[in-house]
Design a protein around this ligand. Structure first.
Ligand SMILES: NC(=O)c1ccc[n+]([C@@H]2O[C@H](COP(=O)([O-])OP(=O)(O)OC[C@H]3O[C@@H](n4cnc5c(N)ncnc54)[C@H](O)[C@@H]3O)[C@@H](O)[C@H]2O)c1
Length: 415
């Protein structure tokens, strides 16, 4: 019942399917059963409410017999970047006692190649039933954009990879209850690879943008101007640089390919390292702006991994804030979409007034709408700080400069 499972369950439940929403976290069960939500996603509270009140969605801690089972559990990595498939294994295990002939099982969690056939199928077969013969088994990647999950669940093209044709067709028959985008059938391993390739493609492209930002800094040019000019080329589309790559997907998934085939993935591996090194590059910029970081009071704006979401998992903004603390800075951080979050080693405050009150510099890490739309005259009244380090090029330089601030931007080597 996370970012993927809960929207999927409620969308099925509001499209005529009876759904049992299962989670192993008792806090989540309690929250959902009391009519509250534990995650932020526009439109989701109303959808969940409708699904529960019309009796189509029940939330509980154990699965029960069903026609179809969907697995949307986390697939993080261990400290050594090896995929942690323990959640997938235990979810599959929990299905075993309830699996019956003719059932359909779909794995949606982003997974290394061959997980469906090599890990999930053998676990499910502990039931005594044979995958393909007695029950259908698919891999169907989720490709929604947080912030637009409810729309994209329905409208995005959906890839359904079956362990055989009958499985893929059974998957299609289920998803077509709500999917309006194209539904494309393939085999399970291709579907696993497609998802990993999509996110790896993004990661590698962000890495080159980040590396360009370092080059721009060194050669005294403005990366934002240079990217805009390069993108005038009809076949070039360079992405924007930033403080790194985070979230549950793009910063994690490429490792699944590197781990699965380290001898043939040097580019993917290097891109990961470039993006993981970007918070450090941002901290160097802050240091340049402030001289030294020791005891400097820095107001950090934004901690999530990208704009207008509340997800702080693997966030490079959190990493940058930690690095500042390690360098001796006195950091106060404000995440407008998670004002009550607690992150060990960081002082989080719950309002702009608090984060600004005694700051000497402002570091903008995430271009959230409530941050992007701040006006210099408003901020000037809230803080003594007159130095801004903008890692996401979110505040128009001229406006803020004439508002009395000195602005340093990521990837801008011009003094
Ligand atoms: N969040 C996204 O935008 C996104 C997009 C595409 C794909 N994905 C992929 O979807 C999968 C799920 O991601 P998420 O963001 O929804 O994660 P999440 O952490 O928000 O939710 C996962 C939920 O699964 C629960 N869980 C763990 N083990 C369980 C078990 N054995 N049985 C039942 N519940 C269990 C957890 O308590 C948690 O609530 C991941 O593989 C992720 O990579 C996520």
């Amino acid at each position: 019942m996370g970012y993927i499972g809960l929207p999927t369950a409620s969308t099925f439940a509001t499209n005529g399917i009876t759904v049992v929403g299962v989670d192993v976290n008792p806090k989540i069960i309690k929250t959902l059963q009391s009519g509250e939500l534990h995650i932020y996603e526009p439109g989701l509270p109303d959808l969940v409410k409708t699904a529960i009140s019309n009796g189509k969605l029940r939330i509980q801690s154990e699965p029960e017999e069903a026609d179809a089972f969907l697995i949307a559990v986390p697939t993080p990595f261990y400290g050594d970047k090896q995929a942690d498939l323990s959640f997938v294994s235990s979810a599959a295990q929990a299905i075993v006692p309830h699996l019956r002939k003719g059932n359909l099982v779909i794995l949606e969690s982003t997974s290394p190649p061959l997980t469906t056939t090599g890990l999930v199928a053998p676990i499910l077969e502990q039931s005594g039933l044979k995958a393909g013969k007695d029950f259908n088994l698919c891999y169907s990647p989720e490709r929604v954009l947080p912030g637009q999950i409810l729309k994209e669940l329905i409208e995005n093209a959906r890839i359904i990879g079956g362990i055989d044709t009958a499985s893929a067709e059974a998957g299609r028959d289920l998803y077509k209850h709500f999917v309006k985008g194209e539904i494309i059938l393939t085999d399970a391993t291709t579907a696993e690879m497609v998802k990993l390739m999509e996110n790896t493609y993004r990661d590698v492209n962000i890495a080159i943008a980040n590396e360009f930002s370092r080059l721009a800094d060194r050669f005294g040019i403005d990366i934002w101007e240079a990217v805009a000019l390069a993108n005038k080329h009809p076949r070039v589309r360079i992405l924007n640089p930033g403080p790194g790559v985070g979230g549950h997907c793009i910063s994690v998934d490429p490792w699944f390919l590197v781990e699965a085939a380290p001898d043939i993935t040097p580019l993917i591996h290097t891109a990961r390292k470039v993006n993981d090194g970007q918070p450090e590059f941002v901290v160097r910029l802050v240091k340049r702006a402030l001289g030294s970081l020791r005891n400097k009071k820095v107001a950090v704006l934004g901690l999530s991994y990208k704009a207008d979401v509340d997800d702080i998992r693997e966030s490079p903004a959190v990493e940058a804030a930690h690095l500042l603390v390690q360098e001796g800075a006195r950091v106060k951080a404000f995440e407008p979409y998670k004002t009550t979050a607690e992150i060990p080693g960081l002082e989080l405050v719950s309002s702009l007034a608090e984060v600004f009150s005694d700051a000497e510099a402002i570091l903008v890490l995430v271009p959230h709408t409530p941050i992007r739309t701040l006006e210099p005259e408003v901020v000037a009244k809230l803080t003594p700080a007159r130095i801004i380090i903008d890692a996401v090029n979110t505040w128009p330089v001229e406006k803020w400069t004439s508002g009395g601030f000195k602005v340093y931007r990521l990837g801008v080597g011009r003094s």
